[in-house]
Each structure stands twice: as structure tokens, then as C-alpha cells.
Design a binder for this molecule. Structure first.
Ligand SMILES: Cc1cc2nc3c(=O)[nH]c(=O)nc-3n(C[C@H](O)[C@H](O)[C@H](O)COP(=O)(O)OP(=O)(O)OC[C@H]3O[C@@H](n4cnc5c(N)ncnc54)[C@H](O)[C@@H]3O)c2cc1C
Length: 279
């Protein structure tokens, strides 16, 4: 499955509170899709941040009133993009995504224009090499950051690791990384050094060239051998992590074992973490 629908020159029709109009939808698997929406003129955000988006919920059986059904979503597009992109799971009995998975170009969704988050450049101290560790839809904030020129001006090398169960679940990230090489603005920045952006996909279920959890590959040194890198050190390396609770906990332990400390917007350090979802 790789279906794509698109509209051009979408004009937002403001009937919902904070309404934005869907401009493009692309389905990757029965569990994953990407969509783009119009961007509110006043919305400023830092690449890597998230916002609350959603749809109107079902009418209350007693009062008939409808309330917005909102969920946190990382903005997958970079801060300079004139539209907003999101990369989403489809949870079949999920209150929001059971409906959201059926959106089409021209439909509206609600977007609360209050971006927040810790996966931002400001939360890290300067370094030479930046690691993005993602599982599943946790690649969304990094889809934003790998399209931000600041990422390449701040670091000599950027390594994006993405772990999914099956190969098809890697498609969004793989196609995005491939598209950057021919991108007018970013292509030139990526040529600057050899392997400026390194893509390191792994799968945990379906066979692929790199099998297994990223945590195992870090702990046994496979990642470093594959990439010809000595290891991770607080002097040179910075990291951003976005995955399930389990992955985040394990990676925190591993990164701290390498001597990195967790940072925040208020106190930048060597790594930052955010949940890709709750539960
Ligand atoms: C900071 C933050 C950023 C987020 N960014 C994104 C994003 O960019 N894309 C995205 O798809 N979701 C993202 N989420 C999750 C999102 O908020 C919703 O949980 C998701 O859209 C499902 O909503 P729902 O109402 O259908 O089901 P919910 O009731 O919210 O979730 C039902 C169950 O589905 C599972 N689940 C929910 N989201 C995911 C997921 N992304 N991957 C795997 N399993 C999941 C969990 O087990 C959860 O308990 C983010 C969550 C947080 C906290």
C-alpha cells in the first residue's frame, strides 16, 4: 500500500475552532500514514516540537454537544515549510486515529497553535555529531530536524537510526532521506562532508540487512563497527531519543553509561528524550 492523494491551492474553510485544511494524504501500511495541512499564518515553532491536533468527537448522546478530541503530534515538517506535515499511527480502536485515518484532502482538522517539546537544538550543548534514535512514529520529530538547515550547520555529522518491526514501516523515513539528496536547499548542505547524514534503519521482526533493536546494537558495539565510529563520548556526541517508554528508558541508561547527561530547554546538556506515545 502506498496511496497518495493531494490538492493544490487549498483555502482553509474556518468552521471548526483552529481549523486547518488537509492538503495531502499518503498511506504506507495499514498502521501508518502521513498527511499535510495548511499552516496558520501566526504559527511559529522550532523544528522537533509537537502540537495538539484532532477532530470533533462524537455528539454527546444526552446533550448532542460535540467536543474536540485532541492528541499530541510531533510536527514532522521543518520550521521553514509553508505547510505542516504529520506522520501518524492508525490504532483501529483509538478514539482519534480510528477516524483520522480516513481524512482526505479538503477535510478539516483542529490544530492548537501552541508548540512545545524538548527535541530541539536549544536543549543541547554544542557538539560535533548528532544522533537521532527513533522507533515507529518516533521518527516524526526527526523528519522535521533532518530538513532543518541548522542541523547541518551545527554538526559535522548527523546519524538517524530508525527501528521498526517490518521493512514497510521504514518507508517514510527512507524516502525522506533519499529525497533530501536531490533537495535544492539541503542537497548542497549534505554534500559538504562525506556521510553528513547517515541513515541507519533496523528491523526487529522482518528480515532486513540490519536486524535487531538499536539498544542491543549500541551495547554490543555493532552500530559503531558498522559506521566506523569509535563510540559515543560527551565531548563530541549529542543525542535525541523518541520512542516507546521501554526504548526511552533503555536508551537513557545506555547514553548515561557513555557519560551523556539529559538536557532540557531550561538547562541544555548532551541528550534529550521525548515519548513517541503514551501507553
Ligand atoms: C509528545 C507526544 C508526541 C506524539 N507524536 C505523535 C506523532 O507524531 N504521531 C503519532 O502517530 N502519534 C503521536 N503521539 C501519540 C498520539 O498522541 C496518540 O496517542 C495517537 O494519535 C493515537 O491516538 P488515539 O486517540 O487513536 O489512541 P490513544 O487512546 O491515544 O492510544 C491508544 C493506544 O495506542 C497505542 N499508541 C498510541 N499512539 C501510538 C503510536 N504513535 N505508535 C504506536 N502505538 C501508539 C498506545 O498503546 C496507546 O495506549 C504522540 C504522543 C506524545 C505524548
Amino acid at each position: 500500500m502506498n496511496e497518495r492523494t493531494q490538492v493544490t491551492d487549498a483555502t482553509p474553510i474556518k468552521t471548526l475552532p483552529d481549523a486547518q485544511t488537509v492538503t495531502e494524504v499518503q498511506h504506507y501500511t495499514d498502521r501508518l500514514f502521513r498527511f499535510r495541512v495548511t499552516r496558520p499564518a501566526s504559527l511559529r515553532f522550532r523544528s522537533g516540537e509537537f502540537v495538539m491536533i484532532g477532530l470533533m468527537g462524537d455528539p454527546d448522546p444526552k446533550t448532542g454537544k460535540q467536543k474536540p478530541l485532541l492528541r499530541a503530534y510531533s510536527i514532522a515538517s521543518p520550521s521553514w515549510d509553508e505547510e505542516l506535515e504529520f506522520y501518524s499511527i492508525k490504532v483501529q480502536d483509538g478514539p482519534l486515529t480510528s477516524k483520522l485515518q480516513h481524512i482526505k484532502p479538503g477535510d478539516q482538522l483542529i490544530l492548537r497553535p501552541k508548540p512545545v517539546g524538548t527535541l530541539v537544538h536549544d536543549a543541547l550543548l554544542p557538539g560535533k555529531r548528532l544522533w537521532f534514535f527513533a522507533t515507529g512514529t518516533g521518527i516524526a520529530p526527526f523528519a522535521s530536524l533532518i530538513r532543518d538547515p541548522q542541523t547541518y550547520s551545527d554538526y559535522d555529522q548527523v546519524i538517524l537510526t530508525h527501528t521498526c518491526r517490518d521493512v514497510a514501516e521504514l518507508t517514510y523515513g527512507r524516502e525522506l532521506v533519499e529525497s533530501l539528496k536531490s533537495d535544492e536547499m539541503l542537497g548542497e548542505l549534505l554534500e559538504g562532508g562525506q556521510d553528513k547524514l547517515v541513515y541507519y534503519p533496523t528491523t526487529t521482526r522482518e528480515r532486513s540487512p540490519k536486524m535487531g533493536r538499536i539498544t542491543t546494537r549500541l551495547e554490543d558495539g555493532t552500530v559503531f563497527r558498522d559506521l566506523g565510529i569509535d563510540g559515543i563520548t560527551p565531548g563530541t556526541d549529542r543525542a535525541m531519543v523518541c520512542g516507546s517508554m521501554g526504548l526511552n528508558t533503555d536508551l537513557k541508561r545506555i547514553l548515561e553509561g557513555f557519560g551523556l547527561r539529559e538536557g532540557a530547554n531550561s538547562e541544555p546538556a548532551e541528550y534529550v528524550v521525548e515519548k513517541a506515545f503514551v501507553g
